[in-house]
Structure formats: structure tokens, C-alpha cells
Design a protein around this ligand. Structure first.
Ligand code: BG6
Length: 370
């Protein structure tokens, strides 16, 4: 069933181009308007939404954090991300104008389900972004947007994660459409750019596997990893670190690159591997330049630097020891390509250690207890 792949994770990473294109499929009417799957919410209610609260656990929460950058930019309403188990046991501020978005691959995560019920009791509408048709979370939600990633077997989420970002972006564009915060042409442009992403992910899979495997070889004995990113690169850094923890059992932490000088740089010692997600160099804007300086700073303290960067970046080569390249794309869409080398890297590290890639110790695919 693994279709010739060594592991389900390997297979599922290679299905990411398809997961993205399938999640985009059939969402648009002939006039280009976006559609959700199951909606028990009036368009007027969507129009009145003034805040989004994303509830999720693990990788799904990082997908939500990526979407925050896009949705706030497109829809101009605040988007908060909260771990479902934290949200549930405090007194969150919810109103009928709050849209709670529950993101879950399995649709059965108890922490997320309990948070969803709590939100509905407070009178908020809940929209589920889910990969499993008919599971509990979508059944109990007011609206559903399915990720069409196909069944995900490996415990560590890969293709579901990229599909969650796509679905959350579609929700953002849908809200921009009903609220009129963007021109139709702008929405179409972004949709077209999204449709070009499967090919870009495929490029990474086809062209970067060797350098990633060689880097894993070099790093096999490393005890810990730091991951740095800014803007959408920050949740990507956290997701990259999570993959390494989950399947390679290697201590790793993702940080916002701007936090470096406020603490994490004290961890950097001779040979410490630091993975940096570099934003697009176009215009060499502040975001790009600041991340390049972060690489410089850790390099000056002896770090072994691994960058994920856009093909043709003229600055990164001066500072990075190794580069995982990705094709050109807009900053907001870059998480869809940038997470891919990090998933492959974690998988290669786990392979070297002969760990069970699909069933890491102590973890379950779907955690149905609180
Ligand atoms: C964890 C899984 O226990 O639950 C993660 O190991 C997953 O891979 C998280 O991201 C959330 O699961 P779900 O099904 O709600 O997306």
C-alpha cells in the first residue's frame, strides 16, 4: 500500500502536490466565486464576523498560525491562534461575531472537540477545516471546509499540513469576497498563484532530496537543532522543529528570528545546527535582510547554518553552510514549499537512526482523550 515508498510518511510527502491541487479543486463557480463544502451559516453572518479564533493542536495549530498572516492581511480582522486545550480551560472572549475555526486532520482530537463545544456554548459559530469526511469535529460544526489530502497514515502530519494551509487561505479569500475587502481580480490572482504551488512543491521534491539526505548524514550525531523564521517563516520553523522531535527524537525548537537576541542566541555554540527559513529576496526588503542578519549572527558564534531559501537569493550563499532551495513564490505562499525540505530532513534523520518513521514512540495519530 506504500506504493513503493519506504514509509507512509515518504509517500505522503510526495503526495503534497496532489493534496494542494485537490484541496483547490471544485471550489469555484463559473463566475470565479469561492464555495465552502457544508455551510450552515448565512452569508450575512460571515459578513458580520469581526474576529477569528483558530483552535487546534500540534501541526494543525501551526497551519493556523501561517493563515493568521494571510487572513489578517486580506480580511483586516484579527486572527488569534490558540491551542485547543488552553482555550478550553480559560475564559475566552467570544461573541456571535467571532468565527471559531477548528483545524484537525482526523476530526477526532478530543482537545479540539471540547474547545469547539465550549465555543458553541458561548454562541460562536464554528467552521471546521478537516481531512476526514464525516468525523466528529465537522459534524458538530456550523460549516466545513474539507482538506482533500486523502488518508494520512503516518503519525507525523505532512500532506494534511499543507492542505490545511490551503484550506485556511481559501477561507480567508472567501471572507475577503463576502466582506468586500479585496477586489475580485486580486482574489483571482492569489488563487492562480495557489494553483501554481503543486508544481513548485514538485520541484523541491525532484531537485532537493539529495542535498537534504547528505545534510542529514552530516548532522546524524547532532544533539539539538534550532529553527528560526520570521513572519510566515516562524510557524514553518516551529513545524520543522516539531517533525524532528516527533520522528527523529531530537531536541529541537522553533523560534521567531527576532527573539534570537532575547534569549535563544545563548544556546548557540560551536557546531550547533541552526535552520533558517529565509523570505524571498525580491526587493531585498526588511524581512529578508533581517533574516540574513540572523544567519550572520549565529554563524559568527560558530553555528552550522542550514538555510531554506529562494532560488537566486544573492545574499544567502555568503552565510549559509548548506542551502535547501525552493522556487520563487510570494511570501504568503512560501510555507507550502518551505516546509517540504524540513519534512524530508526529519524523515532522513529518522531513517539514519532506524526509527519507526510512521509510528514514532509514545505518539498516536489521533488523540481521543483530553
Ligand atoms: C497529534 C498528532 O497528536 O495531534 C499530530 O500526532 C497532529 O500529528 C495533532 O498534528 C492534531 O491532530 P489532528 O487530527 O487534530 O489534526
Amino acid at each position: 500500500e506504500k506504493g513503493g515508498w519506504d514509509s507512509y510518511m515518504d509517500k505522503e510527502i510526495h503526495e503534497e502536490p496532489l493534496a494542494v491541487s485537490d484541496t483547490l479543486l471544485g471550489r469555484f463557480s463559473v463566475d470565479g466565486d469561492l464555495n465552502l463544502d457544508e455551510v450552515r451559516i448565512d452569508e450575512d453572518v460571515f459578513r458580520s464576523i469581526d474576529k477569528i479564533v483558530v483552535i487546534a493542536c500540534g501541526s494543525a495549530s501551526y497551519a493556523g498560525l501561517v493563515a493568521k498572516y494571510a487572513i489578517e492581511h486580506w480580511v483586516r480582522i484579527p486572527v488569534e491562534i490558540e491551542l485547543a486545550h488552553e482555550f478550553r480551560y480559560r475564559d475566552p472572549i467570544l461573541t456571535p461575531r467571532t468565527l471559531v475555526v477548528a483545524i484537525s486532520q482526523s476530526g477526532e482530537t478530543m482537545d479540539t472537540l471540547m474547545a469547539l463545544r465550549h465555543a458553541r456554548e458561548q454562541g460562536s459559530r464554528v467552521l471546521a477545516i478537516c481531512n476526514t469526511q464525516g468525523s466528529t469535529i465537522p459534524r458538530e460544526s456550523d460549516a466545513v471546509l474539507y482538506t482533500h489530502a486523502g488518508p494520512e497514515i503516518a503519525v507525523a502530519s505532512t500532506k494534511a499540513f499543507v492542505a490545511q494551509i490551503v484550506a485556511a487561505y481559501l477561507l480567508g479569500l472567501y471572507l475577503a469576497q463576502v466582506k468586500g475587502t479585496m477586489y475580485r481580480d486580486e482574489i483571482r490572482q492569489i488563487v492562480d498563484n495557489l494553483k501554481a504551488m503543486p508544481e513548485k512543491i514538485q520541484w523541491v521534491l525532484d531537485n532537493q532530496a539529495d542535498v537534504i539526505a547528505q545534510t542529514a548524514d552530516r548532522m546524524a550525531k547532532a544533539h539539538s537543532f534550532l529553527f528560526l523564521g520570521r513572519h510566515v517563516g516562524y510557524p514553518v520553523a516551529m513545524e520543522g522543529a516539531l517533525k524532528l522531535k516527533e520522528i527523529a527524537y531530537t531536541f529541537s525548537e522553533g523560534f521567531a528570528a527576532g527573539e534570537l537576541k532575547h534569549g535563544p542566541i545563548a544556546l548557540v555554540d560551536e557546531g550547533e545546527p541552526v535552520v533558517v527559513i529565509v523570505p524571498s529576496p525580491r526587493g531585498r526588503d526588511v524581512l529578508h535582510n533581517k533574516v540574513i542578519s540572523s544567519i550572520e549572527e549565529v554563524k559568527a558564534r560558530g553555528a552550522f547554518t542550514i538555510a531554506v531559501a529562494e532560488v537566486g537569493d544573492p545574499d544567502v550563499e555568503h552565510y549559509a553552510d548548506v542551502i535547501f532551495w525552493r522556487p520563487e513564490c510570494s511570501t504568503l505562499l512560501s510555507p507550502l514549499t518551505d516546509v517540504v525540505p524540513l519534512q524530508l530532513f526529519a524523515m532522513d534523520m529518522a531513517k539514519l537512526k532506524h526509527y519507526d518513521i510512521d509510528k514514532p514512540r509514545n505518539l498516536a495519530k489521533s488523540v481521543t482523550v483530553e
